[in-house]
Design a protein around this ligand. Structure first.
Ligand SMILES: Cc1cc2nc3c(=O)[nH]c(=O)nc-3n(C[C@H](O)[C@H](O)[C@H](O)COP(=O)(O)O)c2cc1C
Length: 200
């Protein structure tokens, strides 16, 4: 089974999440390609998709365009979405709201429905203030004083969570294959992810 893990990034944190997801899927016996969305020309050779974007006031344009452009093909296959965004160590914002929920971009609901996504998962991201801003929006966003509270410097990605989520994707694909009578791919056991692997 061929799986495409496609991602959009400005500074590489989302690429590394995509590579982590790809590694776990590969360990489950799936044939995995991890590619930047704007380098993927043809989606016709894949049986399943995982598509993710960094959050910069929503998904990056190239990621939403990729999904819209390929929606007919994508909707016919098992598909999962992810975003990499929230910064910091707190699961809630000052108003007590779950940051993984408030981070969900509005267009994701529409996009997810259009391609019948099985799940959309928000992962914590990473931010290095020393990295040169990419594009006007990022430059302008950094200059707004109120945004300083959002832009916490550091790497907040939780590798154990990323692996566990990817293992769930692999498990669902194995179940699909089993129902198709094509045999079961060995899934990575999510319970084997130790706390050490969370990186915190
Ligand atoms: C200018 C700017 C805007 C951001 N906007 C959001 C946002 O709207 N929501 C969010 O959850 N995270 C936001 N973030 C955090 C990024 O999504 C996070 O740093 C992400 O992991 C970056 O991924 P990348 O390295 O792949 O580009 C923003 C970061 C920057 C620098």
């Amino acid at each position: 089974m061929n799986v495409l893990v496609a991602y959009a990034t400005h500074h590489g944190a989302t690429r590394e999440i995509a590579e982590g997801i790809g590694a776990t899927l590969g360990q489950s016996g799936l044939h995995v390609s991890v590619e930047q969305v704007d380098r993927t020309r043809d989606v016709s050779g894949y049986d399943a998709f995982v598509i993710g974007s960094a959050l910069y006031c929503g998904w990056l344009k190239e990621a939403t365009e990729f999904v819209r452009r390929n929606r007919a093909t994508l909707a016919r296959h098992p598909l999962w979405l992810f975003s990499s965004g929230p910064l910091g160590t707190s699961p809630t914002d000052p108003q007590g709201r779950d940051v993984r929920t408030t981070a969900v971009p509005r267009e994701i609901v529409e996009l997810g429905n259009a391609v019948r996504a099985r799940d959309h998962h928000v992962f914590f991201g990473a931010y290095d203030p020393a990295a040169k801003p990419v594009g006007f929006l990022e430059r302008a966003f950094r200059l707004v004083p109120n945004n300083a509270a959002i832009l916490q410097a550091g790497d907040f990605r939780e590798w154990g969570e990323i692996k566990t989520w990817a293992a769930t994707v692999a498990g669902e694909l194995a179940t699909d294959r089993s129902a198709d009578g094509k045999g079961v791919a060995p899934a990575v056991d999510p319970t084997r992810v130790t706390e050490k692997e969370t990186g915190r």
